[in-house]
Design a protein around this ligand. Structure first.
Ligand code: ARG
Length: 466
């Protein structure tokens, strides 16, 4: 039986009927629909609408539906309009007419809002866990890299040497920010719409706090019109996923570059690469390329949501049904991607010799060289100019700054002395970046300790939710 056919004289056009259904995709909300329905049933009993027997029958029926979920074909259903209708039909089939009593005083508008909030909350907890894993693995790789160095780039031109660990920790920062954004989003997701009814509130004095507590939400939503018409939390979540996917994509792009023969910094793990059907020599970075490509898809999902929501008057409109698939798609995409990326990072090998070699050449000690003169009292602009001249000389001769003789250097500035050469070594260049957040090895060691602490604090928080 339909949930709404009474006032209609004509049946629906069959094609329209099929087309407007959402069960094919909202069936994945079934478990949330069942828990939320149990909470509603308890509240109906407390409000005197259901008898004790009704309640027991309904709760058992809901449980039975839950138990059947895993049986093959159970969710193949051509008669259900949506997950709410599906549950009602099955409940009535199991316990008879009492099943219809469950819908007393509630609307599918509050139900879908509740189911989606439960879904997003669970997805956030899963993703934060996966991000903690990922950050843990990247931090371990940073620790293993010890004092290995590499060039850091600005404008994709060699800029200054950094520790490989420092570079890896930059990604840890990005991913920790993503996790933090999800945690922040969770606060606004974690509110219970039950009791909001269709738009104006339930038609019985239901105890909203009890339903909120049953579903482990932090509080009830404050306004029934907003609660039933709002999908900000979906958009906010998918936006957070876009940023996360964007970070994955930047990471993937850099690894693709670094694995090219031209850079040769990264050996692609065979277990995550593919060959070419034509060129026998090829090893292609497919995981990385797909990671980069998936970002476009997630950003597309976020854009779909923005556009779907932008013109909607309050409160519930059927357009809101269109927010589900982009939400599921973005979630599935990122949930599948994170563990693969983590696996890739575990197995990738760095070509430390090549990175170290690259860190020593290309005048990446020029700023440190200018700093030498500044420490001897010269204005930075003058020092910059003189080292620039020294670089010019080197380029003519095809050598590096440390290959110039003292005589040549002193023709630029008589303050150059023997100790200048020491300050040009890779070790000293790294060491002078001795500020919090800089690449001096002692600072990076501190940063590793701190990153580990932040990751375990995050894991503790996630376990507290579980
Ligand atoms: N399938 C619907 C959705 O996803 C459920 C809510 C339907 N509400 C309604 N008034 N037709 O949005």
């Amino acid at each position: 039986m339909k949930m709404w056919s009474g006032r209609f004289r004509q049946p629906l056009d069959p094609e329209f009927e099929r087309w407007q259904r959402s069960f094919e995709f909202d069936c994945r909300l079934l478990r949330y629909e069942l828990t939320a329905s149990s909470a509603h049933a308890n509240a109906l009993k407390a409000a005197g609408i259901l008898s004790a027997d009704d309640l027991i029958n309904i709760l058992q029926g809901l449980e039975q539906i839950g138990a059947q979920t895993a049986s093959p074909g159970f969710l193949k259903d051509d008669s259900a309009e949506d997950v709410h209708h599906f549950v009602e039909m099955h409940l009535v089939a199991l316990i008879g007419e009492t099943g219809y009593k469950l819908h007393s005083g509630r609307s599918r508008n509050e139900q879908i809002a509740t189911d989606l909030r439960l879904y997003v909350r669970a997805a956030i907890d899963q993703l934060r866990f996966d991000l903690a894993e990922l950050c843990g693995v990247v931090t371990n790789r940073a620790e293993q890299a010890e004092n290995a160095a590499m060039p850091a780039y600005t404008h994709l031109q060699r800029a200054e040497p950094v520790l490989v660990a420092h570079w890896l920790l930059a990604y840890v920062e990005m991913f920790l920010r993503d996790a933090d954004r999800l945690a922040d989003c969770r606060r606004r997701v974690n509110l219970c719409p039950l009791g909001s009814g269709a738009v104006a509130g339930a038609t019985f004095p239901l105890d909203r706090s009890a339903m909120t507590a049953d579903l482990d939400f932090a509080a009830s939503t404050a306004n029934s019109i907003d609660a039933t018409g709002d999908r900000d939390f979906v958009l906010e979540f998918v936006n957070a996923l876009s940023l996360l996917a964007l970070h994955m994509s930047r990471w993937a792009e850099e690894m693709i570059l670094f694995s090219s023969q031209e850079f040769g910094f990264v050996h692609l793990p065979e277990s995550y690469s593919t060959g070419s059907s034509a060129m026998p020599q090829k090893k292609n970075p497919d995981l990385l390329e797909l990671a980069r490509g998936k970002a476009g898809r997630v950003i597309g999902d976020a854009t779909t949501l923005l556009v779907a929501l932008k013109g909607l008057p309050l409160a519930y409109n059927k357009d809101l049904q269109e927010t589900q698939e982009p939400l599921f798609d973005a979630t599935d995409t990122v949930v599948a991607l994170l563990p693969l990326v983590t696996g890739w990072i575990k197995s990738v090998e760095f070509n430390h010799d090549r990175m170290q070699e690259a860190a020593r050449s290309g005048f990446m000690n020029a700023w440190a060289a200018a700093t030498y003169l500044v420490k001897r009292g010269f204005a930075f602009r003058i020092a910059h100019e003189q080292i620039g001249k020294a670089v010019q000389k080197c380029m003519e001769k095809g050598c590096e700054l440390q290959d110039l003789s003292l005589h040549e250097l002193r023709s630029l500035n008589p303050a150059f002395a023997q100790d200048f050469y020491e300050c040009l070594s890779l070790t000293s260049v790294l060491a002078i970046h001795d500020v919090q957040g800089g690449t001096a090895p002692a600072r990076v060691r501190q940063a590793i300790v701190l990153a580990k602490k932040r990751i375990s604090a995050m894991l503790e928080e996630i376990h507290a939710h579980a």
